[in-house]
Design a protein around this ligand. Structure first.
Ligand SMILES: [Zn+2]
Length: 388
C-alpha cells in the first residue's frame, strides 16, 4: 500500500538506530574498525566534512557500498546534513544485509553545532575531474584514489628504455611527483626505444629531456631531476622522499646498491629488466617478499653480465616491460590488486608468451634474511671485462 513521505520517514526512523554527534565522535576516535560515510551531494561535501569520512553521495550508495565496505558486519555510521537522508540510507543498507548501521542524529549541522572537528576536504578541480575521468569511473580508483596518486611520489631509476614508458604512463595517470635519476645525455641510438626523448634533444641531459616531455603531457606533475649516478654516498638521500621506486637500471652495481638501500628504508622496488626479446618484471617489497639478494646473493662475474656490453634489445620490448612496471607501481600506490611480490613474470616477445616463477624469501639472505648483517650501503667494485 502506498504511503506518504511522512509515514515512510516515520517508519524508517523506528527501524533505524540513530547516534548522537558526541557518541559518533567516540566511535570515530576509538580504536575499533568502522566506516563513516558522508551521503551528501558533492557540493555540500566540498564545503566541509568529518575528516575520516568516505564520501558516497546518496544516489550512488547502493552501487558503491559493497566495494567500499565488503564485510556486511562492519559497523557503519552514515551522515547527511540534517539526519533525514542518512536515515533513509541506513534503511537501504539494512535491506542490503548490513547488520550494524547507525545514522547521525541531526547530521553534519548538529555535529558542527556541538563544536566537533571537521575539515574542508581536498577535491579535484573541474579540469582534473575531466582529465582523470576514466579513473574516476573505476571504483578501485575513484576520486580518493586519484587524490592519492596526485600526492604520491615515484622515483624512476633511469630515463632509458624502461623508464620512458613507465614515466609517461605514471605522469599521464597523475602521479604527482616523479623523480628521475640519470647521468647520461640523449644519444641518437637511444631513440629506437626511449620514447621520452626525441631527435631535437640529442646531447641534452636525459633528466632534462624527460622533464620537458612530462611537463608537456601533464602540468599537474612535478618532475625532480637527479642528474647524477646512484652511488652509496647519495642513494639514501635520493630515495628517501619517495613512496615507490621503479628500477630500470641496466647494470649490476646499481641493482645491488638499490636493493640494499631499499631494504634499509623499507621502500618497495618495481624491478624490470630486458635482453634482446626477453623481459622480466617483479616487485621487491622488503620483508614481505624476497629481495634481489634473496635470489642472487652476489653479483655474477663481469664476463657473464651482458649488461656490461651494449646489449641488443627489440625496440618495443621495454615499452611492454616498462608499462607493466607502471601498472605495478600504480597498484602499490593505490593499495589494490595482487602485486608481483614473490612472483617473477617472464615475457618472451618472439613467442609472445608470459611465464611466471615463484620467488621465495631466503632465510640466509645477506640483506633481508634472519641473520642479515646489512647496516649500510656500499659501492660495488665492478669493472666491465667487455668493452662498453
Ligand atoms: Zn633478501
Amino acid at each position: 500500500m502506498a504511503q506518504s513521505y511522512a509515514q515512510l520517514l516515520n517508519k524508517v526512523k523506528q527501524q533505524v538506530r540513530e547516534i548522537s554527534p558526541r557518541d559518533a565522535m567516540d566511535v570515530v576516535s576509538g580504536s575499533g574498525e568502522y566506516a563513516l560515510i558522508d551521503v551528501r551531494e558533492p557540493d555540500e561535501y566540498q564545503q566541509g566534512a568529518i575528516a575520516t569520512a568516505i564520501h558516497i553521495p546518496r544516489g550512488y550508495l547502493e552501487l558503491r557500498i559493497e566495494n567500499t565496505v565488503p564485510d556486511h558486519s562492519t559497523p557503519i555510521v552514515l551522515y547527511c546534513a540534517g539526519g533525514v537522508r542518512s536515515a533513509l540510507a541506513a534503511a537501504t543498507l539494512q535491506d542490503l544485509g548490513y547488520t550494524d548501521v547507525l545514522s547521525l542524529r541531526g547530521g553534519f549541522t548538529e555535529w558542527k553545532n556541538a563544536g566537533l572537528p571537521f575539515a574542508v576536504p581536498k577535491t579535484l578541480s573541474d579540469s582534473q575531474r575531466n582529465r582523470y575521468s576514466r579513473h574516476l569511473l573505476i571504483p578501485e580508483v575513484g576520486e580518493a584514489g586519484q587524490l592519492r596518486l596526485l600526492e604520491s611520489k615515484v622515483l624512476l631509476i633511469g630515463a632509458g628504455g624502461l623508464g620512458s614508458p613507465a614515466a609517461l604512463y605514471l605522469a599521464a595517470a597523475g602521479v604527482g611527483t616523479l623523480g628521475i635519476v640519470d647521468a647520461d645525455v640523449v644519444d641518437e641510438s637511444n631513440l629506437q626505444r626511449q620514447i621520452l626523448h626525441n631527435a631535437t634533444r640529442v646531447g641534452q641531459p636525459k633528466t632534462s629531456s624527460a622533464r620537458q616531455t612530462i611537463e608537456s603531457l601533464n602540468s599537474d606533475i612535478t618532475v625532480i631531476e637527479h642528474n647524477e649516478r646512484l652511488v652509496a654516498d647519495n642513494v639514501l638521500d635520493i630515495i628517501g622522499p619517495y613512496d615507490v621506486i621503479v628500477d630500470g637500471a641496466d647494470n649490476f652495481p646499481t641493482r645491488y646498491l638499490l636493493n640494499d638501500a631499499s631494504i634499509l628504508t623499507k621502500k618497495p622496488v618495481v624491478h624490470g629488466s630486458i635482453f634482446r626479446f626477453e623481459g622480466q618484471v617483479t616487485v621487491f617489497q622488503p620483508y614481505v617478499g624476497p629481495c634481489y639478494r634473496c635470489i642472487f646473493p652476489e653479483p655474477p662475474p663481469p664476463e657473464l653480465a651482458p649488461s656490461c656490453a651494449e646489449a641488443g634489445v627489440l625496440g618495443v620490448l621495454p615499452g611492454i616491460v616498462g608499462s607493466l612496471q607502471a601498472s605495478e607501481a600504480l597498484k602499490l600506490l593505490l593499495g589494490i590488486g595482487e602485486g608481483l611480490v614473490g612472483r617473477l613474470l617472464l615475457f618472451d616477445a618472439l613467442e609472445c608468451s608470459f611465464r611466471e616463477l615463484r620467488l621465495r624469501r631466503n632465510p640466509e639472505c645477506p640483506a633481508c634474511g634472519d641473520n642479515a648483517t646489512l647496516q649500510e650501503v656500499t659501492d660495488l667494485e665492478y669493472a666491465c671485462a667487455l668493452p662498453a
